[in-house]
Design a binder for this molecule. Structure first.
Ligand code: ARG
Ligand code: ZN
Length: 422
């Protein structure tokens, strides 16, 4: 079979790929639901021993009976992995038979490709393009947009936050939005770009965004993890962490969303640099998290609302994620996310879960939202954008507009409520 496959691929015989034969020559996403503890253990093994990438849950320790596992299996491990599953009578469903094609589609759409008819904001962009976009946006809007250098990454790339200030009333409040903490979540930077573009285009056109921008400045950090993002474009599309080297291990990268000082590195994070949820050597050990923390510390009197954008799983989360008990304004936060989720359902017929992080997904200490909350920013949220796993991190460009509009609606609802309360 394998020999035949290589031949067919070599001959460019598309049909075989489309019909699902020859799957071994393509990267795939499998959905697997373990039924017994033995199957759970085997899956944990597969996801750590083989060259695969776990999409869901975030770390093998969370694999449990009757819960769906989404696993990215590169072509060269496909046969081995499927054999193993078969031998243990574990059934799987192929979510994506040809992930390579999707990856190509997402990158092809970059810059001025004439093959792409969609607009700039309905495509994914390379890091270089995003830096260019930052330049252009500040240049074209000299009175309303400023780029603030908030720090630099481990590999010394600049971290620019855009400050949108559409109205020069004194003593305005502010909100902060960061995108791209996790490298492979491409819809997240796309959302930050979308949000800036929407704000600049619809100020004085749309009543909601006008009201928000009249009363708040907005800081937008489009790519908090530029080294990781770059790496997903050049080398490994499934990379999550930043790219910092560890003193004690050959494994690279810290999970920036476990690196903040909020019950740092307790249950739900790991001291092992080889895991996807490595918390780093100490809180704010990473220049990226330190930059954001420094900026928020020095602006905490004006910043009333903190938002951080992730994907995937369609959730609107709020503190705490680092402990099980309720935040002091839990019912406010719950009400806001409930209203946002209702609006999304009403306008887009899409379901978003909502609630405190620890109870809605899992304990995840060291997250930026909890840290901002503990700092005193009482409205702090993590959005997990589309989808539910059909495409996962490989959400096609054609879905960007829907995904961003849903999230935009949630931002509007929540920002309006924050304005009423403060
Ligand atoms: N999927 C996100 C992560 O694993 C969830 C973040 C929720 N918030 C948090 N503070 N952990 O990082
Ligand atoms: Zn994430």
């Amino acid at each position: 079979m394998t020999v035949l496959c290589f031949f067919l691929v070599f001959m460019n015989v598309d049909l075989f790929l489309k019909t699902g034969h020859c799957a071994e020559t393509r990267d795939q996403i499998l959905s697997i639901t373990p039924k017994t503890q033995e199957q759970v253990d085997l899956l944990k093994n597969v996801s750590t021993q083989y060259e695969t990438s776990l999409w869901q849950p975030v770390s093998p320790q969370y694999i449990r009976e009757e819960a769906q596992v989404h696993l990215f299996v590169p072509a060269n491990s496909s046969e081995t992995v499927k054999d193993l599953l078969q031998r243990h009578a574990i059934t799987h469903e192929v979510l994506l038979a040809n992930a390579n094609e999707l990856v190509e589609m997402q990158m092809r759409n970059d810059s001025t490709d004439p093959r792409s008819s969609s607009t700039f904001y309905e495509r994914y962009h390379s890091l270089e393009d995003i830096y260019d976009w930052i330049n252009r946006t500040t240049h074209d809007n000299p009175n309303t947009v400023k780029a603030i250098l908030v720090g630099s990454s481990y590999e010394k790339r600049p971290l620019y936050a855009l400050k949108l200030s559409l109205n020069d009333r004194p003593n305005k409040k502010a909100m902060w939005i960061d995108c791209g903490i996790h490298a492979r979540e491409w819809i997240s930077p796309a959302f930050c770009l979308w949000f800036v573009h929407y704000s600049l285009s619809f100020y004085k056109q749309n009543a909601d965004i006008t009201h928000i921008l009249d009363n708040m400045d907005v800081y937008v950090l489009p790519v908090m993890n530029p080294d990781g993002y770059k790496y997903t474009w050049t080398t490994n599309r499934m990379w999550r962490k930043n790219r910092s080297l560890s003193k004690r291990s050959a494994c690279i990268g810290v999970d920036l969303n476990r690196n903040f000082d909020a019950n740092w590195c307790t249950e739900g994070a790991s001291h092992d640099p080889c895991t996807e949820i490595y918390c780093g050597a100490f809180p704010e050990s990473e220049p990226e998290s330190q930059a954001v923390a420094d900026f928020l510390r020095s602006h905490k009197d004006s910043v009333q609302l903190y938002l951080t954008i992730h994907s995937y799983s369609q959730m609107l989360l709020f503190p705490y994620s680092c402990r099980l008990d309720e935040a002091e304004n839990h019912s406010d936060l719950l009400e806001m996310t409930q209203e946002a989720a209702q609006q999304i359902k009403r306008y887009y017929r899409n379901i978003y879960k909502h609630g405190a992080g620890a109870k809605t997904i899992y304990l995840a200490p060291g997250g930026s939202d909890d840290w901002a909350y503990i700092l005193g920013i009482k409205y702090a949220f993590t959005f997990e954008l589309q989808d539910l796993g059909r495409y996962g991190f490989l959400l096609p460009p054609s879905r960007i507009s829907r995904a961003c509009n849903e999230a935009l609606l949630a931002v509007k609802v929540i920002a309006q409520r924050v304005l009423e309360k403060t």
